[in-house]
Design a protein around this ligand. Structure first.
Ligand code: FAD
Length: 482
């Protein structure tokens, strides 16, 4: 008789390239389980609810019953093994510091309980710790990390197993609603018009992008209006698609694009896209090597940075897109409306919080964690440390984005601003990026009263810039004298 194996699904709600499930299907009869454990942000919780629903339906159609549980995984898995007679637990690794810590303990406990554990690597292209410089140390510069990654073969994705034996016993399972993922507020309802969680929708989205848009990735990826990037980030964050599958299918496209009639930039676009995907690995590798970065600056010098004390009204104005700087407000309103924001705009709104307002980057990362559908501890932490200048290979602190110039450069005809700030739609282009400078007549023609229909800037740019540079100088002096 084949032995029973619990497959513990986590951030890998997919059948394609799922080694824990694949190997279990070769070795025995599968008992599939999902355990709700972490407290996650509101947008992520909404996503997880739909993603789990979709995955459960998929398993149902294959004759499997995905058991839903909540609570401490150690307890749940031990009880489940005892109840079902399972002799092994298989799962795919997660790399967040608390998961690494808990998994170590879990493996020991299950072994003591007589249950064998098999873990697998799948949610990154390269296993953390496997990419090192010549001295055997972690890379601090992305370009060098990327160059090394390019030389290393990425493991091919596994297919969906042809035959899976599911355990037929009826095990008590929570109802999806009992996991209480979706909050009582209706905030999440609007997200449904923008996203379709689940493996099938993700594969369709990826292949549509790969068919056409990937070849124009380098040309348009910095344009916040065009949706020219893959928009795969939440799907990757929830493991609905394997990065290895994306890598291998992209490589096939790269070979094709050499044959097809594409210009030079289009030919380089696939590589440009993969390079961006490798930033995700860079983020996870950093998180594993330097777990303290979740709360503390990667560069020690910034421990003494003189951040401003948070004023709730000002922070709220940033969160809800009421700063008086149209590009910042457009980005923050896009986030509030869709649970996502374009990467270029993330950098600019982040810089504004950290440098114009001098608020600790943790204020921003916490808001992103709650509202982004792609909230991801590694990427979010690296993104914020990049913006604050406190991470490896970051934008230096003294490089302060001017929100007006950034708008002129990346939204030259104001389409992005007008989309998210309809109250400004009648303003002529020149004033769209700094409405407070518009003459009274122009404001009247556009039906805008500054301070009534649209806010005054909450901080003046030149003042904020000087203040940020002087805080930076103060930190440098303190470190010199320390
Ligand atoms: C302050 C800040 C916070 C961020 N927080 C997150 C976050 O919580 N979750 C998240 O997934 N990304 C985060 N990012 C990175 C980036 O903005 C998003 O990954 C990207 O916008 C997602 O869009 P896309 O899927 O269309 O990306 P594409 O351009 O199509 O790239 C493909 C994939 O590569 C990865 N990727 C792309 N850019 C980056 C990057 N700069 N860093 C790490 N991975 C990248 C993502 O998984 C993405 O889905 C943050 C960036 C900043 C500046």
């Amino acid at each position: 008789m084949k032995h029973k194996i619990i497959v513990w699904f986590r951030q890998d709600l997919r059948l394609l390239d799922n080694p824990a499930m694949y190997e279990a299907s070769q070795d025995g009869v599968i008992i599939p389980v999902y355990i709700k454990e972490d407290q996650i942000g509101s947008a992520s919780a909404w996503w997880l609810d739909l993603s789990l629903r979709s995955f459960k339906e998929k398993l149902d159609s294959l004759g499997a019953n995905l058991i839903l549980k909540k609570g401490n995984p150690h307890q749940v898995l031990k009880e489940l093994a005892s109840r079902t007679g399972a002799t092994a637990v298989y799962f795919n690794n997660r790399y967040e510091p608390h998961h690494l810590e808990n998994d170590k303990i879990l493996i020991t406990e299950l072994k003591e309980h007589g249950v064998h554990v098999n873990t697998f690597h799948t949610n990154l292209l390269f296993e953390p710790g496997s990419i090192r410089n010549k001295q055997g140390n972690p890379y601090k510069v992305f370009t060098s990390f990327w160059k090394t990654c390019k030389q290393i073969p990425v493991q091919a994705p596994l297919p969906v197993p042809a035959n899976i034996n599911w355990d037929e016993n009826k095990i008590e399972s929570c109802k999806l609603e009992e996991l209480e993922l979706v909050s009582a507020t209706n905030w999440h309802q609007k997200l449904e018009q923008y996203w379709e969680p689940g493996e099938d929708a993700t594969l369709k989205k990826w292949r549509t992008f790969a068919e056409v848009d990937i070849h124009d990735y380098l040309t348009y990826r910095n344009d916040p209006v065009l949706d020219a990037t893959s928009l795969l980030s939440p799907h990757l964050a929830f493991g609905e698609i394997s990065p290895r599958l994306i890598w291998h299918e992209s490589k096939e496209l790269e070979e094709l694009s050499e044959i097809e009639n594409l210009n030079e930039e289009q030919q380089e676009s696939v590589e440009g896209f993969l390079r961006q995907l490798v930033w995700r690995d860079f983020a996870y590798h950093q998180l594993v090597d330097f777990p303290h970065i979740v709360d503390k600056p990667l560069q020690q010098a910034y421990l003494s940075f003189p951040w401003n004390k948070v004023e709730e009204d000002t922070l709220e104005a940033w969160k809800k897109g009421q700063t008086g700087y149209p590009l910042i407000d457009a980005g923050m309103r896009e986030l509030w409306e869709t649970g996502w924001m374009h990467n270029r705009v993330r950098m600019v709104v982040g810089s504004f919080l950290v440098k114009h307002l001098l608020y600790h980057w943790k204020e921003g990362s916490a808001w992103f964690e709650d509202t982004l559908v792609d909230a991801d501890l590694a990427n979010n932490t690296m993104g914020w440390q990049w913006v604050a200048g406190t991470g490896f290979d970051s934008s230096p602190f003294f490089r302060i984005f001017n929100p007006i110039k950034q708008a002129e450069r990346f939204d030259p005809d104001g389409t992005y601003i007008k989309k998210w700030l309809p109250e400004l739609r009648l303003l002529p282009g020149k004033y769209l990026v700094e409405p407070w400078k518009a003459p009274t007549e122009i404001l009247e023609n556009a039906n805008i009263k500054i301070g009534v229909d649209y806010p005054e800037p909450i901080v003046e740019h030149d003042f904020a810039r000087k203040r940020a540079l002087s805080a930076y100088q103060q930190m440098k002096e303190e470190n010199k004298n320390a």
